[in-house]
Design a binder for this molecule. Structure first.
Ligand SMILES: *Cc1c(COP(=O)(O)O)cnc(C)c1O
Length: 516
């Protein structure tokens, strides 16, 4: 049995039994040895959870789940309730993540994760992470004698589009946190740029860098490894390896399952078998489903859907994890060459398929794999480890052409003319394929595909798919008024004209001095 009081965190690469608090895992983001933080054990749901939890609201469920991962000595019940309430107060749907039916196919559902402030699924995690950062800093600063220097974090991140906006909206106006988001000039969509640059809060700074996304990412890495700069400004990260982001995402697997469960008759409930299909990039979203399943949520299968950047799909077919150059696709938020969160999944697979199931040896083995990956760009797991991985995950990869086709066919074949964004369409394509392989009408499964963005954010692809259909209008059918208005708001941008660490660091220092 896992008591919430004993919950602590360890690194995926650690060969020692050293453990950390939740706070330290969240504030640090990455372990000193380069590994990712995982809970020392995966807690189980109570035996009667279906009865007890299925009627709860999203926020109530989030509390039940997070309580199992965070000691009440670190955040007490009252504060955790308040943090959750605040994090989900800006969503446009009362259900936070509503489940809708896609009636072009039998047994197909979509879990809409894009009702947060920036219309991206990353809001579900980043709204919570922003409040957590502020909470821990306030706690530290509260006891300080007056006049002493307050603890402060300078968040620095790079974005190719969606993460930047979600991070900015998660951290705007937070006390003792400053945010710098680097993005490549002219290489994010106009709407994404408007979302990031029209936030006028004093603690938010967007740096438009004359370079590529890779340049931005390299600059952020250099800022992180500049020790003197770090000591002075306490540089923090909000990228998708932060454990709190995974934790916040576990809730919607339960909430999605329960919405489906409640919509069924008693007979259907008894036979309910659910497959979740997840459009994947850095593997954070689907990893949360892995935790949900291991906590006891009866998920039959998790299906990884990738675009043509298909390292995960190839791994699940061959056991070889092999870096390939990134190709630009119609689902840019999934254009990755390695999936950073995959390391967490790997840790569990290596441990469970080993003879002695030893935490310390597992850490050693994962470190070996990751060293190989950075040295040679590839590693291969044992047949036993692959077999185990395949028992949790299946996968499929989708071309741009198929993505467009699915947006079109879903629009034409659903009774409510449902409009998918390209990332969600990658998921639906794989869901339809899985459904066909399982025998469509005779299939015993229900399929829940995750929807990760609102179609308004990817107008080019959506218009390519639907533009010639009579009666379709982007302005009328897709673009929400709130996003339409962004175009006319004043922008706050700092231009960085050279890909240079010195230029970026002095821009950060200059902006920080203006804040105070
Ligand atoms: C980030 C993102 C994804 C990929 O999610 P991961 O957790 O990185 O696998 C998919 N779709 C959209 C729209 C995203 O922003």
């Amino acid at each position: 049995m896992s008591s919430p009081l004993s919950q602590s965190y360890r690194s995926t690469r650690s060969s020692s039994s050293e453990s950390r608090s939740f706070e330290s895992a969240v504030i640090r983001g990455l372990a000193e040895d380069g590994g990712l933080f995982i809970p020392s054990q995966i807690p189980k749901v109570p035996a009667n959870f279906l009865e007890e939890w299925s009627k709860l609201s999203f926020q109530e469920l989030a509390f039940k789940i997070m309580r199992l991962y965070v000691s009440d000595k670190e955040i007490d019940d009252k504060d955790l309730t308040e943090l959750i309430k605040k994090s989900y107060s800006k969503f446009r749907s009362e259900k936070i993540t509503p489940l809708v039916r896609i009636d072009s196919k039998p047994n197909l559902y979509l879990l809409e994760l894009f009702h947060g402030p920036t219309y991206a699924f990353k809001d579900v995690a980043l709204q919570f992470l922003g409040n957590l950062f502020e909470y821990f800093l306030q706690k530290k600063n509260k006891g300080l004698p007056s006049g002493s220097k307050r603890d402060h974090i300078t968040v620095v991140g790079a974005t190719s589009g969606d993460t930047g906006g979600a991070a900015i909206y998660g951290l705007r106006n937070k006390k003792d946190v400053s945010v710098f988001i680097l993005y490549p000039t002219g290489r994010v969509s106009p709407l994404q740029e408007q979302q990031m640059t029209t936030v006028q809060d004093a603690n938010i700074h967007t740096l438009s860098v004359k370079g590529t996304f890779d340049d931005c990412q390299a600059l952020v890495k250099s800022v992180f490894s500049d020790k003197a700069f770090n000591d002075k400004y306490h540089v923090g990260a909000v990228n998708s390896i932060n454990w709190a982001r995974i934790l916040a995402q576990i809730t919607y697997y339960f909430h999605g399952y329960f919405q489906l469960y409640r919509s069924l008759s008693d007979a259907e409930r008894k036979n309910l078998k659910v497959k979740f299909v997840v459009p994947s990039g850095n593997f954070g979203d689907i990893l949360a489903g892995f935790y949900a399943k291991n906590m006891g949520l009866p998920i039959e299968n998790l299906v990884v859907a990738t675009n043509e950047n298909d390292i995960l799909n190839r791994f699940l077919h061959t056991g070889t994890y092999d870096k390939a150059p990134v190709r630009a696709t119609y689902s840019p938020a999934m254009d990755i060459c390695v999936s950073s969160n995959f390391e967490r999944f790997l840790w569990y697979m290596v441990r469970a398929s080993s003879a002695d199931k030893d935490d310390l040896k597992t850490g050693n083995k994962v470190k070996e794999f990751m060293d190989q990956l950075s040295k040679d760009g590839v590693f291969k797991v044992s047949p036993e480890t692959l077999k185990l991985a395949q028992s949790f995950l299946s996968s499929g990869s989708v071309t741009d052409e198929e993505t467009v086709k699915t947006i079109r066919s879903t629009y034409l074949e659903t009774s409510n003319r449902y409009i998918l964004d390209p990332h969600s369409a990658v998921g639906i394509t794989v869901a339809e394929r899985t459904l066909a392989a399982d025998g469509e009408k005779s299939s015993p499964y229900k399929y829940v595909s995750l929807s990760t963005a609102h179609p308004a954010k990817f107008s080019d692809v959506v218009n390519k798919a639907l533009g010639d259909i009579k009666g379709y209008s982007f302005e009328k059918d897709v673009l929400p008024e709130e996003l339409h208005k962004l175009a006319s708001l004043p922008k706050k941008i700092k231009h960085i004209d050279a890909v240079s660490l010195k230029v970026v660091e002095s821009a950060i220092e200059e902006e920080l001095s203006k804040e105070n």
